[in-house]
Design a protein around this ligand. Structure first.
Ligand SMILES: [Fe+2]
Length: 249
């Protein structure tokens, strides 16, 4: 009887030790960051809904910008960093000599987050002094959220296209740090330029392409250091991407 009891005891103890060890492994590997995922997923679902409303014309482009800036101000960055597995993503990162390294975090598949998101996303990684070079956008709505580090961020309104140049006017010229955000549309702050001012710096970017169906969509590189015009305006020369990176990257 005593032997049986001892064996029984050993089996039970071993069983519970295994269970405990397994659970500990799973939790330490973040297999179940259950407390995190619903919050970030729900937040991204709202970002997605805003993008759908923009494309469905339930929101104007400037209303989308306000809504996204409000949403970007609400997310706990720690939760977003976990959701995109920031540490893993940036573990063996090689920065670029010019401009930004674009990384593509994969969102985990979780309940509540659509798998066919209307917006694209990426993570920009930059070393000090490097820039997301000055560029405007055709038929795009986009937003930046600073995840780590500091930037000198500038925006300009795109007032008028004039042949090989675009007439711009500065709208934002500020220091941006963690949690800071800004947005772009065809109607407001269309041109942006972000220069890293800390040793390393990271931006979370979302973008809605083809805001209006049937028109071309994409980046337009310019040189904001152009001919000054009346009323704080500047004639900015259009650039090829390579020239923009050479000048500002
Ligand atoms: Fe952009």
């Amino acid at each position: 009887m005593a032997d049986l009891t001892r064996r029984e005891f050993a089996q039970r103890t071993l069983g519970s030790l295994l269970t405990y060890s397994l659970l500990e492994t799973l939790f330490s590997a973040d297999a179940f960051p259950a407390e995190v995922k619903p919050v970030a997923a729900a937040w991204l679902a709202r970002v997605d809904a805003a993008g759908r409303d923009l494309k469905g014309e339930k929101l104007s482009q400037t209303e989308w910008q306000s809504q996204i800036e409000e949403l970007f101000g609400q997310i706990e960055l720690a939760e977003l960093l976990k959701f995109i597995d920031f540490d893993q993503l940036t573990a063996e990162l090689e920065f670029r000599e010019q401009g930004e390294r674009s990384l593509k975090p994969k969102f985990p598949e979780v309940e509540g987050l659509p798998t066919d998101l209307v917006f694209g996303h990426q993570l920009f990684a930059l070393r000090k002094g490097r820039s997301v070079v000055p560029h405007g956008h055709d038929n795009m709505a986009t937003a930046f959220l600073i995840l780590q580090g500091d930037f000198h961020g500038r925006h300009y309104d795109r007032l008028e296209d004039d042949g090989d140049s675009i007439i711009i006017r500065p709208t934002i010229d500020e220091s941006f740090t963690v949690g800071g955000c800004s947005t772009v549309s065809d109607h407001k702050d269309n041109v942006h330029w972000f220069k890293a001012t800390s040793e390393t710096a990271f931006i979370f970017n979302i973008h809605v392409l083809n805001v209006v169906e049937g028109r071309k969509t994409g980046r337009v590189y310019i040189d904001p250091d152009g001919e000054p015009l009346a009323g704080d305006r500047v004639r900015a020369r259009r650039l090829k991407a390579a020239e923009a990176y050479k000048l500002y990257g």
